[in-house]
Design a protein around this ligand. Structure first.
Ligand code: PHE
Length: 349
């Protein structure tokens, strides 16, 4: 019986269906012969039952080898048949092949990476914070008064409502990345030099100029003797790296609860070079970010001694940066995933 099994295994290993006309039938015939109900395998098992006890171990192993060999061969034949059917019936091998569609980065990712890269070159590292935030980190610790309008349902998406009083709870989608400033100050001691990219949410009607989801890059620098001059030079460096070496900046007084003094920064229009065009609405300037010196109240709220340390912060909209850099006219394009739009940025990395 041992020799018989060895002979079958050899036969199976050598079996071929290449030259046979009706391959599917040949495979089935092969399967039935070895593995069918009245096939060789079962017949051998019957004999095996009657074999003397001391031979059983060896024969059992050999039988299993035979079974595996037969099963593997059937699989191999089946694959072969499938492939040859496909090739013969549906493929014209003379046709040129399709081009695989290569993926590429979204223009917002490219822009965010570029901003991060520019600040990394002057020692800023990247920090992250949660998109689902609490009132404390997004508003209170940033010196927002309890009745500040930004807390209004108009602007903020609240995640939960208190079922008893039907009033918003403390859990909300962050309306700006400034909350990450607070989290960083809570977990790091100065000197702090970080940028914080991320997605933010505001309850706004969607149009070409506004969206309920967008991205910001926040910056925070805290150390001894940080001054407004440092802020200005850092942002001038950024503007030149981002929009070209001839770019000029202008700071206009503004207001944010968490910075004092606060400013908004404009860059000279990168389209007309400052002469005035329809992009800058004839002014020669484009607004790109908000910034200021971190309010001492904000430092103190996060346990940083405002007598010893000072700092600056800034926050910019990534969609706006990309709009200015690549002349994108409608915010909605970023989120529609229209390939005709996305493919225009394939060459950016
Ligand atoms: N958080 C502000 C906004 O969303 C931007 C900002 C950040 C302003 C940091 C000053 C300092 O408009």
């Amino acid at each position: 019986m041992k020799e018989l099994i060895a002979k079958y295994i050899e036969e199976i290993r050598a079996a071929k269906i290449d030259g046979i006309e009706d391959k599917a039938a040949a495979v089935e015939q092969f399967r039935v012969r070895f593995l069918g109900r009245k096939g060789i395998m079962n017949e051998l098992f019957e004999q095996f039952k009657k074999a003397p006890g001391e031979q059983k171990k060896e024969l059992g192993i050999a039988l299993n080898q035979l079974k595996t060999a037969a099963q593997e061969k059937v699989e191999e034949f089946k694959n072969f048949v499938e492939q040859s059917v496909e090739l013969n019936d549906t493929h014209d091998l003379t046709l040129p092949s399709d081009f695989a569609d290569r993926g590429s980065r979204h223009v917002l990712s490219v822009t965010m990476n570029e901003i991060a890269d520019i600040f990394a070159r002057i020692g800023f590292t990247i920090e992250d914070g949660p998109e689902i935030e609490d009132d404390y980190h997004v508003f209170t610790a940033l010196n927002f008064a309890p009745d500040h309008p930004a807390r209004d349902m108009q602007d903020t998406f609240f995640v939960e409502k208190d079922p008893n009083v039907n009033k918003p709870t403390d859990v909300l989608l962050r309306t700006h990345t400034s909350g990450v400033q607070v989290r960083v100050m809570e977990r790091q001691k100065p000197p702090i030099r970080v940028i914080m990219p991320g997605r933010v949410f505001r309850n706004e009607a969607i149009s070409a100029r506004a969206h309920c989801i967008f991205h910001q890059v926040e910056g925070l620098y805290i150390d001894k003797k940080v001054s407004f001059t440092d802020l200005k030079q850092t942002l001038l460096y950024f503007a030149k790296e981002m929009f070209g070496p001839d770019t000029q900046i202008r700071l206009r007084p503004s207001y944010f609860p968490f910075t004092e003094p606060s400013a908004e920064m404009d860059i000279s229009c990168n389209i007309c070079g400052g002469k005035g065009c329809n992009i800058c609405k004839g002014t020669g300037w484009l607004e790109i970010l908000g910034c200021g010196m971190v309010d001492p109240n904000v430092l103190e709220a996060s346990g940083i001694d405002s007598k010893e340390y000072s700092g600056f912060a800034f926050g910019m909209g990534v969609e706006r940066m990309a709009m200015l850099k690549y002349q994108i006219r409608d915010l909605r394009l970023y989120f529609e995933n229209d390939l005709r739009f996305l493919h225009q940025f394939d060459s950016l990395v």
